[in-house]
Design a protein around this ligand. Structure first.
Ligand SMILES: Cc1cc2nc3c(=O)[nH]c(=O)nc-3n(C[C@H](O)[C@H](O)[C@H](O)COP(=O)(O)O)c2cc1C
Length: 193
């Protein structure tokens, strides 16, 4: 089955470590004949959630920016690969900005009882790719919890994660060919699931 695979590059460094891993995943999906689309968060205009509660009424956000366009892509995709770096022991601000705006999905799901899933579509699954400069224990813990909550909100099953610590400068991930191999395998599993 030909799946639509959405990749979201969340780092502000377009040539950074997480984006390199994501590109490997997207190449894998493309090589296997799936439809791929790559979005760089740094290209989008995203304002922070104001917590105004307006979305509780109709499930629509009052802020006019690129989030509705991204939400549509998230709804339509069968598979998601999200790549985000660790900043201050959590996901970077750009990623969190995007995720907080998914509050409209929370309102649709829990207040308005609307389903986000395409009735005839396959089960939706996603994977999480990340790098962190330090090798502190649990360095990915907060980020993984945030991403799992984001996936849950969108009815996306959390497939697996490829997380690499001790990777800091741009290009440093290239020193670990094994990480690319793992992302290839995780993507293949994602597409077979
Ligand atoms: C503002 C900022 C905060 C960071 N905070 C952490 C941190 O708390 N823990 C850590 O291990 N690395 C931290 N890092 C390092 C990044 O996680 C690391 O450089 C990562 O590989 C960046 O991924 P990228 O190349 O995809 O942007 C931080 C980097 C920046 C710029």
């Amino acid at each position: 089955m030909r799946l639509s695979v959405l990749g979201i590059a969340c780092s502000p460094r377009r040539n950074g470590n997480t984006t390199s891993l994501l590109l490997e995943g997207m190449r894998t999906a493309q090589a296997e004949g799936h439809i791929t689309e790559l979005v760089y968060l740094s290209d989008l205009k995203i304002n922070p959630c104001q917590g105004c509660g307006a979305c509780s009424a109709k499930g629509i956000c009052v802020i006019k920016d690129d989030i509705p366009m991204l939400q549509e892509k998230l709804i339509q995709s069968d598979r998601l690969i999200i790549a985000a770096p660790i900043y201050f022991m959590g996901v970077n601000a750009q990623t969190k900005l995007m995720i907080d705006r998914m509050q409209t999905f929370w309102a649709r799901k829990y207040l308005l009882n609307q389903s986000l899933i395409k009735p005839s579509g396959p089960e939706r699954i996603g994977i999480f790719l990340s790098t962190a400069g330090t090798q502190l224990p649990n360095v990915f813990e907060c980020a993984e919890r945030t991403i799992k909550t984001f996936f849950h909100m969108l009815d996306i099953q959390y497939g697996e994660s490829c997380l690499y610590s001790g990777v800091d400068k741009v290009g440093e991930i290239e020193e670990s060919p094994q990480s690319f191999e793992e992302v290839r395998k995780a993507t293949q599993t994602l597409l077979l699931s």
